[in-house]
Design a protein around this ligand. Structure first.
Ligand SMILES: [Zn+2]
Length: 494
């Protein structure tokens, strides 16, 4: 007799339905799994055997064939244990399986019949819903409980999700801009970066608050939409980094990998490629502290995701793509000792040491960073200053307004939704400068010996500053503020 159990497998961040077909025939006792099962799926036979025996069911001593359809995609992981066990119960008529056709089943079995959690439950639930199934049966208790449910003899507790409530609750930030005292100039630069989607590099001595500032960048970015939250949650779900009980990532993620990270850790990898930090930061901020300490080849692999918003990992077994659209925030000391340019400390690095240190981050990565910001050490008086502690929510409102202007502007430009993504032709169209601003730009180009690239960056940033103000044309004050955010150009490095 043949039984069919609906299940699913995750490929990348999406799931596809898998039909687990179990055929039981007379003959020598064998147990074969076909349909490209990988190691963990094959081992499942032992777990299924033990789980059935230990929960009082009969394991048939016959010829058992399990087919995982579609047969041409590799299946990995232990989540097929439960559907295979259920298939055997249905094929041997130990359960009637009333509800089998209308639900998807997923779970790893313990030898004693307990069901263990699996990764990627969210993508599977979405795929099951798309296929018109009524429910997804997920690990909670044990095999007999599931069997009773499928037989129509018992009910399982339904996972009730108040999505709107959950979303609102999870969306609350745990840090706030108001906690950063002083640093008005740096906060303003972060606001500009958030408003235009500009990547940012902060340069300052140890203890100047660069990490504290970066950590709060997600709190002034526009709130995530539900679709964005689901997409980021899927990535965290298949990576297995969702903390227990945390079912939805509704806050923009902040990922801060250590500078010793490998390229696989950063962009993803493994024989079955898993998402890396760039994908875990999808929709949020990737923070690279001590930027010059990262290995060169690691920084180089950042280029592709930064350009495409997606990362493709090719392995012999398969090639997978993961979303990876993030804002890059990086930080570095001004020199190896950290005190170059500090009026209260002596720098011991020497001009050559400083230059060599800065040169480590120049090049292709620097080309993708619009804003360079000097973050000086904060004086005691500024720390004690209670003014200028505007909450994140107030900043976010201004950022939101500037983003609305940009969405309208780029409505007909696929792939461009913030000023940071403008190509040269967009800059010509959308960055009209007033006469006064034009004169200022000419002077700056000559005096600072700016490259054409730096000139374009200044126009993009000035566009964002004007958008924050609701101004149509770029005025001198917008351009002069933008020039301030190109400090490495002023040092001849841009
Ligand atoms: Zn130094």
């Amino acid at each position: 007799m043949l039984a069919r159990v609906r299940s699913a497998a995750v490929l990348g961040i999406d799931a596809y339905l898998v039909d687990v077909e179990t055929d039981i025939a007379n003959g020598l006792p064998t147990f074969a799994t076909v349909g490209l099962p990988q190691g963990a799926v094959k081992e499942g036979r032992e777990r299924v055997f033990a789980a059935l025996a230990n929960t009082g069911y009969t394991f048939p001593l016959k010829r058992i064939t399990v087919n995982l359809a579609p047969a041409d995609i590799r299946k990995d992981g232990s989540a097929f244990d439960l559907p295979i066990a259920v298939g055997i119960l249905a094929a041997t008529e130990q359960i009637a399986g009333e509800r089998l056709a209308r639900v998807a089943v997923l779970g790893e079995l313990g030898l004693e019949g307990a069901i263990r959690p699996v990764r990627g439950a969210l993508p599977v639930a979405l795929a099951a819903r798309a296929a018109g199934l009524e429910a997804l049966v997920l690990p909670r208790e044990n095999l007999p409980e599931v069997a009773d449910f499928l037989d129509g003899r018992g009910e399982l507790p339904e996972a009730q999700v108040d999505l709107a409530g959950l979303f609102a609750e999870r969306a609350k930030d745990d840090v706030d801009f108001a906690e950063v005292r002083g640093q008005a100039h740096a906060k303003r630069a972060l606001e500009v970066a958030a408003a235009g989607g500009h990547n940012i590099l902060m340069i300052g001595p140890p203890g100047s608050g660069k990490t504290m500032l970066a950590r709060r960048l997600p709190t002034i970015l526009p709130r995530m939409s539900l679709d964005e939250a689901l997409e980021t949650t899927k990535i965290h779900s298949v990576t297995g980094v969702l903390p227990l009980g945390e079912s939805l990532v509704a806050r923009r993620p902040f990922r801060a990998p250590h500078h010793t990270i490998s390229d696989a850790g950063l962009i993803g990898g493994g024989s079955y490629p898993r998402p890396g930090e760039v994908s875990l930061a999808h929709g949020g901020v990737l923070f690279l502290d001590e930027l010059p300490e990262f290995r060169k080849n690691v920084l180089e692999v950042l280029r592709q995701p930064m350009e495409d918003g997606v990362v493709t990992i090719a392995r012999a077994a398969m090639s997978l793509s993961y979303p990876a659209r993030f804002m890059l925030a990086a930080a570095m000391n001004p020199c190896p000792c950290g005190y170059f340019g500090d009026p209260h400390h002596n720098c011991v690095c020497g001009p050559l040491g400083v230059e060599r240190y800065l040169a480590r981050v120049s090049g292709p990565l620097l080309d993708r960073i619009d804003i360079h910001l000097e973050v000086p050490a904060v004086k005691y008086r500024a720390l004690a200053d209670q003014s200028g502690t505007e909450p994140s929510e107030a900043v976010r409102e201004r950022v939101d307004r500037a983003r609305v202007v940009q969405r309208e502007r780029f409505g007909h430009r696929p792939g461009v939704y913030a000023n940071a993504h403008m190509a040269a032709r967009d800059i010509r169209t959308f960055c009209r400068v007033s006469d006064g601003a034009d004169a200022l730009l000419r002077t700056a180009i000559t005096r600072l010996a700016l490259s054409a690239r730096a000139y374009h960056r200044i126009l993009k940033i000035a566009r964002t500053i004007a958008d924050l103000e609701g101004a149509a044309d770029l005025q001198p004050k917008h351009v002069s503020e933008a020039i301030q955010y190109r400090s490495l150009d002023r040092r001849g490095l841009g």
